[in-house]
Design a binder for this molecule. Structure first.
Ligand code: TTP
Ligand code: MG
Length: 582
């Protein structure tokens, strides 16, 4: 979609308001002609002809016109502002809604700064275009036309001469805008660099302190800060070079006018009042020419911002509902991976993954770092689509299920826990806003949140900071677990959820989990054997492949990779694999 056509869509609901505002602009431009006209009248009728009684009338007119003009000015500016604010309100809303629909791949490949820029700087460029640029183009054109009409009515040749001179101002103004363009672009770029340095520094403040890199960070900031200063100074230099030229040209036009106009007055072709009038209209000829360069820049800036916003609005997520997807299916919990292979980009991350889980069974997944455990979870929840093979839930290909139907029935505790800056209770109930306090407490007890909650004087009402600041890693994990459990879904995915809690607590949590999740199909990813040893099926993953599978006992008997891990974690106390050890 073309930017102008696109923006028209947002202005259309307010077309009458816009139309009315434009009418007011025409009236105000007309009223702007009154003052020079009356000045001419004063010179001719009052001063030359001595009709003193007209003076009061003229003054009344001047005051009246000024008041009406101010009121109308105020009214149309407000109208334009309200149209632009309403339009960008819609644009922001659409952008944000689109953002919610985007998949993991989008967020993997788009920088936060870019998304923020679309929602702030770029939408502001759109606002400026509607409230400033459109208005300015229209009102300048009106002034130009009105002034020309008035000037032609005074003297045609003089008007033609003045008109011939205006393109010179236009040319210099355009050159100024072209010279200014890269500089202003640089200012904006420098500003966004400055912003990202600050943003990263604040997010990473702990790492900065831990490695005592404060001075390095200050240096980094100073570099960008200086870049910003240089760019701004450069802009002033360009500006200061051209503005005197523009001013002098405007002055030259007055000189030419006085020269030629004066001669006409002496030769009695026009009156002195006419010359005064003419001089008054001259700015209405100059002004549009002076603005031309900036308006072109502003239009270009609008086009650039609009194109970026349009492309974000048009970007379709790869993961989306099929037109005939199954909505509202009540999941039982049978899960089957059929020859599933997967890559995020180029490298294969999972190869030929093949397993079946019956509803209510517990699956443990163990394997080294980067083996692909989290990726399996990502596929079950359809955060990414498998590259080859099929994933079936209750015999239905998950690509045929409505995304919401699927994800609403999956409780998930992710590996990198994210908590919102809200109360602990708010965080636990994030996915289940209708849950009663009893249910929240039950989830909290099961996940072991209850065990540490007394340490906080405000208990469940304690507000946790951004990303969970103020809590230990293990505490955060337990809140995330409670959040997943509270949803009471037929499928639960726990990714490394108890890695940061002590063995003792972990044991209690797993006991509690076993007692509550009889009917729930549960995936537990872990590095510790203790977390998964009771699973109905344990998958041992290595470099994206299942190298061993079975129950704990079977795997111990196989004396393979799993057995080796077991020996590492429990020592050689009982290498026969007898259960007392674990
Ligand atoms: P994971 O599936 O994240 O590996 P893991 O969960 O088994 O590892 P850990 O125990 O450390 O949690 O990653 C498998 C590979 O996929 C790894 O090489 C990194 C890559 N990968 C991506 O390229 N993009 C992603 O978003 C993720 C999650 C992984
Ligand atoms: Mg992982």
């Amino acid at each position: 979609m073309k930017p102008f056509e696109w923006i028209g869509k947002y202005i259309k609901p307010y077309r009458w308001r816009m139309f009315f505002a434009l009418i007011l602009v025409v009236i105000v431009s007309g009223l702007n002609m009154v003052k020079p006209y009356l000045s001419g009248k004063i010179v001719d009728d009052v001063i030359r002809d001595g009709q003193i009684h007209l003076l009061m009338n003229i003054l009344y007119w001047l005051v009246g016109v000024t008041i009406v003009k101010s009121i109308l000015d105020y009214a149309y500016k407000l109208m334009f502002e309200s149209v632009s604010q309403n339009a960008i309100f819609e644009i922001r809303k659409e952008l944000y809604t689109k953002l919610q629909k985007q998949d993991f791949t989008f967020f993997d490949t788009t920088r936060t700064g870019d998304i923020m820029a679309r929602l702030t700087g770029d939408t502001d460029a759109i606002r400026h275009f509607i409230a400033g640029v459109i208005l300015s183009i229209f009102s300048n054109s009106m002034l130009f036309i009105f002034a020309l009409i008035m000037m032609f009515s005074i003297n045609v040749p003089l008007t033609l001469i003045m008109l011939a001179l205006t393109p010179i101002i236009g040319f210099f103004a355009y050159s100024l805008s072209q010279a200014g363009k890269p500089v202003f672009m640089k200012i904006r770029e420098q500003f966004s660099k400055l912003n990202s340095v600050v943003q990263e520094n604040i997010s990473g403040n702990r790492v900065v302190k831990a490695f005592t890199k404060e001075s390095y960070e200050i240096e980094k900031f100073t570099r960008e800060n200086d870049g910003f200063r240089q760019a701004s100074l450069e802009a002033s230099r360009v500006w200061e070079k051209f503005v005197p030229i523009l001013d002098s040209l405007a002055m030259m036009m007055s000189v030419v006018l006085i020269l030629i106009g004066g001669t006409l007055v002496i030769n009695k072709v026009i009156s002195l009042g006419d010359l005064v009038m003419f001089n008054g209209y001259l700015w209405a000829l100059n002004n549009p020419m002076r603005s031309v360069g900036w308006l072109i820049n502003d239009v270009q800036r609008f086009l650039a911002s609009a194109e970026k916003i349009i492309s974000m609005l048009q970007r379709e997520p790869r993961i989306k509902n099929k037109p005939d997807c199954i909505i509202g299916h009540q999941i039982q919990g049978d899960i089957e991976f059929k020859n599933v292979s997967f890559k995020y980009e180029r490298e294969w991350v999972l190869r030929d993954i093949d397993f079946t889980v019956k509803a209510g069974q517990k699956v443990g997944i163990i394997g080294g770092t980067g083996a692909g455990k989290t990726s399996i979870m990502n596929l079950v929840a359809r955060f990414y689509e498998c590259t080859k093979g099929t994933i079936l839930i209750d015999g239905i290909d998950i690509k045929d299920l409505e995304i919401r139907t699927l994800r609403d029935q999956i409780g998930m505790a992710m590996q990198d826990v994210f908590l919102f800056s809200d109360t602990i209770e708010g965080n636990i109930a994030y996915g289940s806003p209708d849950a009663t306090m009893e249910e929240v407490l039950w989830a909290a007890r099961t996940a072991g949140v209850q065990e540490f909650i007394d340490k906080f004087p405000e208990g469940y009402d304690t507000i946790v900071g951004e990303r969970g600041v103020g809590l230990s890693g293990g505490q955060r994990q337990r809140i995330a677990l409670a959040r997943a459990l509270l949803k009471q879904t037929p499928i639960i995915l726990l990714d490394d959820t108890t890695s940061s809690v002590d063995m003792e607590t972990e044991h209690r949590i797993h006991e509690a989990l076993r007692s509550i999740s009889q009917e729930q199909t549960t995936f537990i990813i872990a590095h510790r054997i203790s977390s998964i040893k009771d699973a109905d099926l344990i998958l041992v993953l290595e470099h994206g492949e299942i190298i061993e599978r079975g129950t704990h006992e079977e795997l111990i008997r196989q004396k393979g990779e799993y057995y080796q891990t077991f020996l590492h974690q429990y020592g050689d106390i009982d290498s026969s694999g007898n259960q007392e050890v674990v």
